[in-house]
Design a binder for this molecule. Structure first.
Ligand code: COA
Length: 339
């Protein structure tokens, strides 16, 4: 692989897939006590996508990967490592990546699930960056893949969480490239976690810490199988940690806030992103959000933003982009990339 000091890991292809079933806020209002006005006002979300019976996370992942390969000018068979970030695995044991691997007939390449929730894509991107720079792999696929719709409480009891989430997958291909002085590629990624907040945004059961079995009828009846969130607590931490890690990442490089062409934030809540932008005094024209259409797709949200902005012309070669996420764990991370 030559002189590793001169290698950079570059994102060469992006892709996304969402199910075709659109669920509007009014659709949700027919299932629970909520309203279009409440959801839009608090989160900015207008609609989200849900899978139909028979569809799987692997189906979404497969299509996102095929799109990413097409943009990168390669075939799924050219990928030599698959990293999948999710908090809604197709099966807890062994995860989701293996079913994507199967769907794309990926031979014997290694694959794994990575658990860092809504920051999972940036965590996986950081690992892909290290693997590629170290010369371990030539074409690493990083995918965020979530199906939330089958794991939320769509009754009034679960309304605070259920209205926020959607299904989707987003994928990127990461390849090595000689740095020719234009720094094209992944420049810096910074990650953090604070496990003491894990119970503030989590799913309590099933849990291997419960004896003698992980799940009981009582746990189901008490709705402990659905996500629980202390909304305001999460909100407060997100609007503090996101600017913090974004600036930490920039400061680790020679770049400044004003050099960044496009800021892509995890799509948890439009109000969180507005608050982050306000704290950093970022102008509207350097931001892009798509939560209005898709809701919170957790680990898939940032690669979905990349897939849309590379296709609609917002993201152009040479642009400097800053991507930042916050999620359950708590986890938070930021990446600076020259496109
Ligand atoms: N529809 C209508 N009313 C709802 C509702 C819904 N979907 N969900 C909650 N409510 C009600 C509550 O019961 C509460 O009623 P009460 O005042 O009678 O008790 C009221 O609305 C306000 O609830 P509250 O939780 O205080 O609202 P909020 O202003 O904090 O907004 C969130 C709630 C979830 C939108 C907000 O806290 C948030 O976005 N948090 C961060 C979420 C997030 O980003 N999670 C993922 C991180 S990766």
């Amino acid at each position: 692989m030559g002189n590793t000091n001169r290698l950079r890991a570059k994102i060469t292809g992006t892709g996304m897939c969402v199910p075709d079933q659109v669920i509007t806020n009014d659709d949700l209002a027919q299932r629970m006590d909520t309203s279009d006005e409440w959801i839009r006002q608090r989160s900015g979300i207008q609609e989200r996508r849900w899978i139909r019976p028979g569809e799987t996370p692997a189906d979404l992942g497969k299509q996102a990967i095929e799109q990413a390969c097409e943009q990168a000018g390669c075939e799924p068979g050219d990928i030599d490592c698959l990293l999948l970030a999710t908090l809604s695995s197709q099966h807890d044991f062994p995860g989701s990546s293996f079913f994507v691997h199967e769907a794309l007939d990926m031979g014997e390449i290694p694959c794994m699930d990575l658990r860092a929730q809504c920051s999972g894509f940036l965590y996986a991107l950081s690992i892909a960056d290290s693997l590629v720079i170290a010369g371990k792999f030539k074409r690493v696929l990083v995918i965020g893949c979530e199906v939330h719709s089958t794991g939320i409480d769509v009754s009034t009891r679960g309304r605070d969480v259920a209205v926020l989430f959607g299904d989707g997958a987003g994928a990127v291909i990461v390849e090595p490239q000689e740095d020719e002085g234009d720094e094209a590629g992944i420049i810096e990624v910074r990650m953090h976690a604070e496990g003491k907040h894990a119970r503030r945004l989590w799913i309590e059961a099933p849990t291997s810490a419960n004896t003698p079995v992980r799940i009981t009828h009582e746990m189901i009846d008490d709705a402990r199988i659905f996500p629980q969130m202390e909304g305001r607590y999460v909100f407060k931490h997100a609007v503090t940690r996101m600017p913090e890690v974004l600036l930490e990442t920039l400061n680790a490089t020679s770049h400044k806030l004003e050099d960044v062409n496009l800021f892509l934030f995890h799509q948890a809540n439009l109000r969180i992103n507005e608050a982050v932008a306000q704290r950093l005094e970022l102008s509207e024209d350097r931001l892009f959000n798509n939560i209005q259409k898709y809701g919170n797709c957790s680990a898939a949200s940032i690669p979905m933003l990349l897939a849309e902005t590379t296709r609609d012309g917002r993201l152009k070669p040479g642009h400097l982009i800053s991507m930042t996420a916050f999620g359950s764990g708590f986890t938070w991370a930021s990446a600076l990339v020259r496109w």
